[in-house]
Design a protein around this ligand. Sequence first.
Ligand code: BMA
Length: 342
Amino acid sequence: MSSILAPVLEPERAPREPRTSETYSEVPLFTRHPANPILSRKEWPYPINSVFNAAAVRLDDGDTLLLCRVEDRRGLSHLCAARSGNGVDGWRIDSPPTLMPNPREYPEEIWGIEDPRVTYVPELQQYAIAYTSFSRGGPGVSLAMTKDFKTFERYGVIMQPEDKDAALLPRRIGGLWAMIHRPVTTLGAHMWISYSPDLRHWGGHRIMLEARRGGWWDANKIGLCSPPIETAKGWLVLYHGVRQTASGSIYRLGVALFDLEKPEICRQRGDSWIFGPEAPYECSGDVGGVVFPCGQTIDADGDTIRLYYGAADSCMALATGSIRTLLSWLDENSSTGLQSVS
Ligand code: BMA
C-alpha cells in the first residue's frame, strides 16, 4: 500500500547482504567533455554574472537548445536560449533574453526565475517548462508551455513554496499528467510526484524518493536533476544529493529507477554517487563544489546521454554517459530495503 508518508519500495529482488565500502569503486559513468566549460558569461551578448543550470532539448532541425538560467548583475535570474548545431560550441544566444520574470502578472517571480527543466510532450506537441519562481514566500514551481521557445503560455505557480526541482513526465500515467518535484515539508526535503488532469490542478501527492539520513552522501536533501528518461526497465532518474559540510555544501549526482506505470515505486537506487565536483570549473566559482544538471539529450543511437550541467553556479558543462551502462550499474550497485539502511 502506498502512503504519502512513506515511499513505496518494492524491490524485484530479495535484499542482499549489506555491502561494504570496498565494494564501491570509482566507476566513470559520465565522461567530461574536453571543451568544458562549454558556455560561460564571456560568450554572452549582454552583461551578466553567470550562466548555469540549463534545460536541454534536441530540436526538430537537429539543433541542441539549452534554456539557460542566467543570473544578472543584480543577482536575479531569467531564462535565455542558446542554440548549437553540435551541442558543444558555436552557440547562438538569444538577445534580448528569451523568458524574463513577469512580476506584474506573476508576483511569485519578483526575485527571478531559475533552474528550468524542459519536457517535450508528444500529445500536446509542445514543450513543458517547469521552473523555479522566486519570491518572498520562497521558491515555488511554475509552468510554461511553448512550441518554439519564442512565445510562451504561462500557467503561473502550480506548486506553492517551498518547492522546486520539478519536471513533467512526457506522457500521462493512468490518464493523468505526472510532475516530479521537491517540496520542503516537516518531513524533510524529499522527491515527490503529483498528478493532474489538466496541468493546472495537482493532487494524488506521493513521496517517490526520500533523502537518506546520517552520513550518506544524499542525506537530508535531494532533488530531481534532468527530466526522467523512459527505458524498457523503468524511468531512469538522475537526482542530486546535498552533503552539508563545515565548509559548505557538496552537490553530487545519484541514479534510481522507478516503475513505468507507477512512478512513485522505486525499483532500484544506487548506493554511491555517480558524479561529483572534481574539475576546477566545478570546484570554484560563485558556489564551488556544485554539479547541477537540469537537462540531457539522447543521441540517435538511443543510448548515449549528453548531460548538460551547471558547474559551481557559474558556467555550463557537458558530460556523456550511457543508458545501458547506468542500468547495468544499478543492477550491481543498488540497495534494497532502503529504509533500513538510511
Ligand atoms: C540549489 C539551487 C540551484 C543551485 C544550488 C547550488 O538550492 O538554488 O540553483 O545551483 O542550490 O547553489
